[in-house]
Design a protein around this ligand. Structure first.
Ligand code: TXA
Ligand code: MG
Length: 322
């Protein structure tokens, strides 16, 4: 059921149940992060492998302190500059964090999400919320309460409706466990903003492949069920697929043949708008019954890097489609 009642969410979470929650990035599938049974339910509902650890969500920086073994100066800088916001920090965990949350890792992922409903929900709880994105494992992340309802509604008793996610891409993950920071996932906070804050360039170390030791960064992720293909030269692909029903995911000022169904991430080339629309449009195109979705990359700057990263993963299974 979808609704706007924080009290209902509090009640269910205190009972150990799983609830859909809004954040500024994507909707989360939340449960008491200190209750192992509740955390196991999250993995089961998502059909997510246990080797892929979860982010703990807090209402503010202070409430994180007893769950981690301290923050180095750079981590503190980032936390102060960008929380609440689309940033997740990887830090050494304290013994309070159950191993099931971190898949046995010494590090825990923590963040303070920027959404008024979820912040006030978190303030009413005396535990952090473990929450992955509220999509079945491998599918596109949800940016509306209805997305969660459609796919997981029968498995989740309540989805707290906070409207459309304003950022639309998952948080950027920065490993702050060592002095030298590393970006582990591109996301809703741009690399540039992070580097400006720290005052130096930061290594980007995004693991790939289908290797279980590279949690959450499997090549295929965020994927529609319809074959998804990134194109550079649209015209030649239209000729190549002339017998197929096609749709196109575009960006900026573009001209396409009249008979091609198109959704434009941002006709004005606004990168924030494109990020906000990305997952919703991928879902829409996945539902209209075409044989193949063609998509163009956006300029690889600012949030465009994360948008292109998501498109690459959506296309991972279909590169050899013909
Ligand atoms: O914006 C977001 O981060 C959303 C909202 C709901 O907060 N959450 C989200 O969670 O995207 P999820 O589970 O879909 O992605 C979390 C990523 C995964 O790639 C996971 O492997 C990584 O964070 N992660 C979590 N804990 C980790 C840890 N201890 N070490 C390394 N990676 C970790
Ligand atoms: Mg996810």
């Amino acid at each position: 059921m979808i609704g706007g009642e924080i009290n209902e969410a509090v009640k269910l979470l205190n009972e150990g149940q799983v609830v859909g929650i809004p954040t500024e990035t994507v909707y989360g599938l939340a449960a008491n992060g200190l209750n192992e049974k509740s955390v196991v339910s999250i993995f089961k509902i998502k059909n997510r492998p246990f080797f892929d650890p979860l982010i703990l969500h807090f209402s503010d920086l202070e409430s994180i302190s007893s769950y981690v073994e301290g923050l180095n100066p750079n981590a503190l800088k980032l936390a102060k500059a960008f929380w609440p916001g689309p940033l997740t920090l990887l830090l050494k965990k304290s013994s309070k964090v159950p191993d099931i949350v971190t898949s046995g890792s010494e590090l825990v992922a923590v963040r303070v999400p920027n959404h008024p409903l979820t912040l006030s929900l978190l303030k009413q709880l005396d535990y952090p919320l473990a929450a992955p994105s509220a999509n079945p494992f491998g599918y596109i992340s949800p940016t509306k309460a209805e997305h969660v309802e459609k796919q997981l509604g029968n498995l989740v008793p309540y989805i707290l409706d906070g409207g459309d996610c304003q950022v639309g891409l998952e948080s950027t993950i920065v490993d702050c466990s060592e002095e030298k920071l590393k970006i582990k996932r591109l996301g809703g906070l741009s690399v540039q903003e992070i580097e400006n804050c720290i005052g130096e360039t930061i290594e980007i170390e995004i693991s790939g492949g289908s290797n279980p030791s590279a949690p959450g960064q499997l090549d295929k992720h965020y994927a529609p069920k319809t074959p998804f293909l990134i194109v550079e030269d649209l015209e030649s692909q239209i000729i190549r697929f002339k017998d197929k029903k096609l749709a196109f995911l575009g960006f900026g000022e573009i001209q396409v043949p009249e008979n091609l169904y198109i959704l434009n991430l941002s006709p004005n080339s606004d990168m924030s708008e494109a990020a906000q629309n990305l997952f919703h449009y991928m879902r829409l195109l996945d539902q209209i019954g075409v044989d193949c979705i063609l998509a163009m990359n956006v300029p690889n700057i600012d949030l465009g890097r994360a948008i292109n990263d998501r498109m690459k993963r959506a296309a991972a299974d279909f590169i050899h489609y013909n």
